[in-house]
Design a protein around this ligand. Structure first.
Ligand code: DGP
Length: 116
């Protein structure tokens, strides 16, 4: 169910334009508007979920699917050799600013560890 005022729900239905690079029946991937690396995509479920904290046991299949989409996107973006990072920020204190679950897929430059 779409959440009112959720920008990523609006991306899913096309009300907000995005550079979409992958879609299927459960997920959408598009380029981040504020990229932190040469490749920076977001993978989201079509169904609204505020954050990873809202996932329940019945969402396990969906979560696995989102991870597989992240890998597919990363490989399609040419990151299989160089590697890539998938990040889920959960909660404002961890840097989450959009409260619709999303996986960042980041790559195309050296990535430091630990992250900031
Ligand atoms: P986070 O801070 O983990 O919640 O990441 C949210 C990301 O979403 C952030 O990197 C910027 C991106 N973003 C926010 N609004 C939009 C938008 O309207 N379009 C796109 N493509 N990305 C957005």
């Amino acid at each position: 169910m779409a959440e009112q005022n959720c920008i990523f729900c609006q991306v899913v239905v096309g009300e907000i334009a995005a550079d979409v690079i992958y879609t299927d029946e459960r997920a959408v991937a598009f380029r981040d508007i504020n990229p932190q690396a040469p490749v920076h995509a977001l993978v989201i479920p079509r169904e609204h979920m505020d954050s990873l904290d809202d996932a329940s046991g019945r969402d396990e299949g969906l979560l696995g699917h989102l991870l597989r989409v992240a890998a597919r996107v990363a490989n399609a973006e040419g990151l299989s050799e160089s590697g890539y990072r998938t990040v889920i920020n959960t909660g404002a204190g961890a840097g989450q600013s959009v409260f619709h679950l999303h996986l960042h897929v980041i790559g195309g430059r050296p990535l430091n560890w630990p992250p900031g």
